[in-house]
Design a protein around this ligand. Structure first.
Ligand code: BG6
Length: 478
């Protein structure tokens, strides 16, 4: 398969998050964050959201995979050398807020934390790899969760502002691609990770969720404005979880339902961060759900002034919806819900595989917003087998990525402005939703297992060489 579609400066690379790779959870004066109290196993999010959960580490009772993760904290040089060998132009990572402000509330930043990321950025630059930094990726300081109630509390904006000013000033000569909140709209489905509080009753979710989002929009705009001022040559984007919503059939009721779900889940946060104002459809939604936001005088101007330069998004799956689901099978694996799509296969974790959905997403987002897009997450979580000769033949992963890259090529031909592609979990890491190591995404295998055993040795999978060739040929050789 050959195509000549990818622009010369296309940003090929891989993506990770601090809490899922670093480990060293108690080193360098780092404070605890929300990921540090997440046990391993598929129930991890429900444990965290259960009534009475005390947000303490209880090592007698649970194993915590994020505490050591894959030990990037000590092995970053080896890992970055492998990324360089694949030819990465960019590496997406996050800064752990609690390495910089261990409790979130300090007035002074923690020098050891700042120095760690200096070393990582310097190492990346040694190989001409540009960092793409997510400012907040499901790793809110635990203190802000416990003592402040997460993003429901307006004070958190001040702490966040202090954090972003510290990192922009420190890294102004080292980082030119930034993103504010990872998958900001995932606050609808995993509020504890994204918004820093849990919701016990479905009916209680509306007011606090939208109030917390409002605070994040203000915080995001503060970050965008500060970034433009402090690092004028930088680009700063938002980051959304995008999953196109298909109507199950042509029943207009189902089409309208799918449209409404799409607007609330896919577009609301992006409308706020790209267009900078509350859209009409959400005002009706607020009225119907009795939501009355506390908005301070300057907030709306600030949101309007602090709109993003590009849209970063994750793409894993699409979602199929109908109003009455009683006669349908739910798509159990899809985190975002919906019914089973009869045309799609699913991964071992039940995530529906839909490369055409990526082309649809690119077109929908570009038609709506007309600003550059960046696919900052996409990949296949799968079980890998190490053969007796040490090889790992992950053809299923190659197929998945090939089809999605081909879909991006189609999107580019459609006229979409696309900055780059960072596939998720370019090196095996801790799964965010299940806490497993066995749900592997990487081109690089890490010898680490669900019970915490393993040597942490790194091995190149078959996909490593395949991706190296994709980058070398700028997407021509898939
Ligand atoms: C995205 C997150 O939702 O999906 C990542 O931004 C996450 O943090 C990725 O790891 C894949 O999900 P999972 O649950 O398979 O790790």
């Amino acid at each position: 398969m050959r195509n000549h579609t990818f622009p010369e400066n296309f940003l090929w690379g891989g993506a990770t998050a601090a809490n899922q790779i670093e480990g060293g959870f108690y080193e360098g004066n780092k404070g605890l964050n929300i990921a540090d109290v997440l046990p391993g196993g598929k129930e991890r999010l429900s444990i965290l959201q259960s009534p009475g959960f005390n947000f303490e580490v209880d090592s007698e009772k649970y194993y915590y995979p994020n505490h050591e993760a894959i030990d990037f904290y000590h092995r970053y040089k080896e890992d970055i050398a492998l990324f360089a060998e694949m030819g990465f132009k960019v590496f997406r990572m996050s800064i752990a807020w609690t390495r910089i402000f261990p409790k979130g509330t300090e007035l002074e930043a923690n020098e050891e934390g700042l120095a760690f990321y200096d070393r990582v950025f310097d190492e990346l630059h040694k190989y001409a790899i540009e960092p793409v930094v997510t400012i907040s990726h499901y790793e809110m300081p635990l203190n802000l969760v416990k003592e402040y109630g997460g993003w429901r509390n307006r004070e958190v904006i001040t702490f966040f502002e202090r954090y972003v000013l510290a990192i922009f000033n420190r890294y102004k000569n080292k980082v030119k691609y930034w993103m504010t909140f990872n998958e900001i709209n995932s606050g609808f489905i995993m509020p504890i990770q994204g918004l820093g509080f849990s919701i016990q009753k479905e009916s209680d979710k509306y007011q606090p969720t939208f109030q917390a989002f409002h605070h994040q929009f203000v915080a995001s705009s503060i970050a965008v404005k500060a970034c433009h001022e402090i690092i004028p040559n930088a680009k700063i984007g938002n980051m959304i979880l995008y999953a196109p919503v298909y109507a199950y059939d042509s029943d207009p009721e189902n089409v309208m339902y799918a449209l409404q779900e799409e607007r609330i889940f896919n577009y609301f946060c992006a409308d706020m961060q790209v267009r900078g104002e509350y859209p009409a459809y959400i005002k009706r939604y607020f009225k119907e759900h009795g939501i009355e936001l506390e908005i301070e005088d300057a907030d709306l101007d600030l949101i309007k002034e602090g709109t993003v330069d590009f849209i970063g998004f994750s793409y894993y799956m699409s979602r199929t919806e109908k109003m009455d689901k009683s006669d349908s099978t739910n798509s159990e694996g899809n985190l975002i819900g919906g019914v089973k799509n009869p045309y799609l296969q699913a991964s071992d974790w039940g995530w529906e595989i839909d490369p055409v959905g990526l082309r649809i997403s690119l077109n929908q987002l570009y038609d709506r917003y007309q600003i550059p897009l960046f696919v900052v997450e996409n990949g296949l979580g799968a079980y890998d087998k190490v053969e007796a000769d040490g090889s790992i033949n992950d053809d299923y992963r190659i197929d998945f990525l090939k089809n999605h890259i081909q879909a991006m090529a189609e999107g580019l031909k459609d006229g979409v402005e696309l900055m780059g592609y960072t596939s998720w979990g370019c090196i095996d890491l801790v799964s965010a939703s299940s806490g497993q190591f066995s749900k592997r995404y990487g081109f690089i295998y890490v010898d680490k297992h669900d019970d915490g055993s393993g040597t942490l040795e790194r091995k190149k999978k078959k996909s490593f060489f395949w991706y190296q060739n994709v980058i070398k040929s700028n997407g021509e050789k898939l």
